[in-house]
Design a protein around this ligand. Structure first.
Ligand code: ATP
Length: 227
């Protein structure tokens, strides 16, 4: 996309794209609300939910990757700021985040900004990720922090934080390379809770979009198989 500047000249417009990865088994209002709040706060053009592949032996017997993807598609269908990126499911093996970023970057212009959303716990585990130090070559990190969190970053991340963090997430500049924190109170909803409710015959209504719940019911997902 191009925008005109004051002189009328065409200037390249840097898109702002956020990424939220997860298994989304199933997607729920905790994910969606957090994603929408970040999209609004960060004035993103698009926040993509990126369902991850799971090793075949870890896939729940009755819920396939295609079904997890279908549910995320239904969840974001009428929200223009949220979308789905299925590239990790199109690979024949689970992908590392660095692979996802490299593949996405190949489709973008160099000035486009990419923001990778990570919960605090995931951020603390970063040093164990494949080629983690290369992540910032492709994106900014937006660490979602709970207001009640009190833990310190691990030693291995202290120098990185000192060198790369900026206090105002809206001042993250350029295509990538910096880290900022967003303080957000998450809704107390988890996919685990939803699976447990459904497996015990209880309602999960209002925890996830009605369209997703209808899909779950139509495909008899998460229910205990009849004996
Ligand atoms: P499970 O209960 O199966 O572990 P989950 O509900 O935590 O699943 P994931 O698919 O693992 O869902 O989460 C994807 C991403 O969304 C993760 O970064 C996770 O931290 C974040 N997330 C999960 N639940 C919430 C929530 N209630 N509010 C905000 N973010 C959430």
């Amino acid at each position: 996309m191009k925008h005109s500047d004051a002189s009328g000249a065409r200037t390249p417009y840097a898109r702002r794209i956020g990424l939220l990865g997860g298994t989304f088994n199933p997607v729920h209002n905790g994910h969606l609300r957090a994603a929408l709040e970040v999209a609004e706060l960060m004035v993103l053009d698009e926040l993509r939910l990126v369902p991850s592949a799971r090793p075949p032996h870890r896939e729940m017997p009755q819920v396939s990757a295609e079904q997890r993807l279908a549910m995320v598609k239904l969840a974001v269908a009428d929200e223009s700021r949220l979308s789905v990126d299925d590239r990790e499911l199109r690979r024949d093996r689970p992908s590392y985040t660095i692979d996802t970023l490299e593949s996405l970057r190949a489709e973008l212009s160099a000035s486009d900004q990419v923001f990778l959303l990570l919960g605090w716990d995931a951020f603390c585990g970063l040093p164990s990720w494949h080629r983690w130090q290369a992540l910032l070559e492709h994106c900014h990190l937006l660490v979602l922090q709970r207001p009640d969190a009190g833990s310190e970053a691990p030693e291995a991340l202290r120098d990185l934080l000192a060198a790369r963090s900026v206090s105002d997430p809206l001042s993250l500049a350029g295509p990538g390379g910096q880290i900022s924190f967003i303080w957000q109170t998450p809704l107390a909803i988890s996919a685990t809770q939803i699976r447990q409710l459904l497996a015990t015959g209880r309602s999960a209504r209002y925890l996830l979009p009605d369209a997703v719940l209808a899909y779950i019911q139509a495909h008899r997902l998460y229910a205990v198989p009849e004996a």
